[in-house]
Design a protein around this ligand. Structure first.
Ligand code: FE
Length: 424
């Protein structure tokens, strides 16, 4: 069989296979499938074969046109899957970071003009072309960090026109950029300033006008709601998500991030695809996620960066059998965009085992955005999205925090970061 690209000389290929139909849970998150001295053959942007180097080289025929990627004794893992970002935004909030490290609290920063409203104003004021340019930069950044599939939420428009405009930019980016992009509508991110004192009107606008408009243009697959005190109540969230489901948008919930808001309970009641954050979720509510197959998406970079160090009980969730994924929450107040760094935080602050962290950043993250049928593991027929990392074992990944261990990024069968090694 002639092939387009061959990755060889890997100390191990961690395929993370076996979780495409259902996410990995419990002990299965620790017991990842891998192949010592492995190789991966790629044809037409898909994985053609994966196995031991001798087997693969006997089976496939590199031609003079075949690109050879020498892993140099490093490891090969699936391209990382990022299931929760807000990376399409304008303006900088670095000054809020300066205030925070100087000791200012959330309310003080808000009183001085910080918060989501500021990003909304900056984002609304940009042309589609200028916003797309920012999006392209952020997508390049995360691709170089090994993220080949990325979920991106709207939520910095908060009017029908501005939300649609952001989602149209995402559609344009998904046509132009190599990254796989999954779009989520987050009109229920905050009550915009012009609706202050009229929150019910805004909830009606999201549910009755924005959701149908997003669905009509097929601009998003998911609808998310910031269910939190000061944002949207459980009942408002339920109303928006139920309407979205009728329009074919699957549910996600920002749940229990800053308090026990009831978001996780709502997610399990409505059978949401994912419940995200869960910093304050009780074990009882967490176990209700198991029955509905809702993925717990944990975001340790947010409490880390915001100096609000209450982390989700990742260890407890995994031990309860909840399928757990990781994400960055990359947004204007938290600049962490690296899934590898998030894997380190999950080990350090949530007591993940390194193998669990990799499962959570690949196949389980793919389930959180309904891409596990085509991404998240190295298996024949899936997208040829994979990384060469300069470590000897996947168990070393979180240890080398702060070093760039990403040697090569392959997206849909093409080397997009790091040079392919010269032939031989
Ligand atoms: Fe978020």
């Amino acid at each position: 069989v002639p092939i387009d690209l061959l990755v060889r000389n890997a100390s191990e290929v961690v395929t993370v296979a076996g979780g495409s139909r259902a996410p990995l849970r419990g002990a299965a998150m620790r017991d990842l499938q891998r192949i010592d001295n492995g190789a991966v053959a790629i044809k037409d942007g898909k994985i053609a074969a994966v196995g031991r180097r001798a087997e693969i080289e006997a089976e496939v025929a590199p031609s003079p046109e075949t690109t050879i990627v020498d892993a140099g004794g490093g490891i090969v893992v699936p391209g990382l899957i990022e299931p929760h970002t807000h990376l399409l935004f304008a303006g900088s909030r670095v000054d809020e970071f300066h205030m925070r490290v100087a000791g200012a609290g959330y309310l003080e920063i808000a009183a001085r003009g910080g918060g989501i409203a500021r990003t909304v104003a900056a984002t609304r004021s940009l042309s589609a072309g200028d916003l797309a340019a920012i999006g392209r930069r952020h997508l390049d950044l995360v691709l170089g960090q090994g993220t080949t599939t990325v979920e991106i939420k709207s939520g910095y428009g908060l009017s029908t026109d501005a939300e649609l405009a952001q989602l149209r930019v995402l559609r344009r980016l998904s046509e132009e950029c190599p990254n796989t992009i999954v779009a989520t509508f987050l009109g229920a991110h905050a009550i915009p300033p012009e609706f202050r004192g009229r929150r019910q009107d805004y909830v009606d606008l999201v549910a009755d006008e924005m959701v149908p408009a997003v669905a009509r243009e097929r601009l998003a697959e998911f609808c998310d709601v910031f269910c939190e005190e000061g944002a949207f109540t459980v009942e408002e969230s339920r109303r928006i998500l139920a309407g979205a489901a009728r329009h074919g948008l699957a549910a996600k919930v920002h749940a229990d991030e800053l308090s026990l808001s009831g978001g996780a309970r709502l997610a399990s009641e409505i059978g949401a695809c994912s419940a995200d954050h869960l910093n304050f979720t009780s074990p009882g509510e967490a176990s209700s996620l198991v029955a509905r197959g809702t993925i717990a998406v944990l975001l340790p970079a947010t409490p880390f960066f915001l100096l609000a160090p209450r982390y989700a009980d990742g260890r407890g969730l995994i031990d309860l059998g909840v399928p757990v994924a990781l994400a960055t929450d990359f947004n204007p107040t938290s600049s962490i965009s690296s899934m590898l760094f998030v894997m380190f935080l999950a080990c350090l602050h949530m007591r993940f085992d390194p193998s669990e962290a990799l499962a959570a950043a690949t196949i389980n993250a793919a389930h959180a955005i309904r891409r596990a049928d085509r991404a998240g593991s190295i298996e024949p027929g899936k997208l040829a999205d994979l990384l060469v990392l300069a470590v000897a074992s996947h168990r070393e990944i979180p240890f080398y925090v702060g070093r760039n261990i990403v040697r090569t990024v392959i997206k849909s069968g093409k080397v997009v970061a790091g040079p392919p090694d010269p032939r031989g």
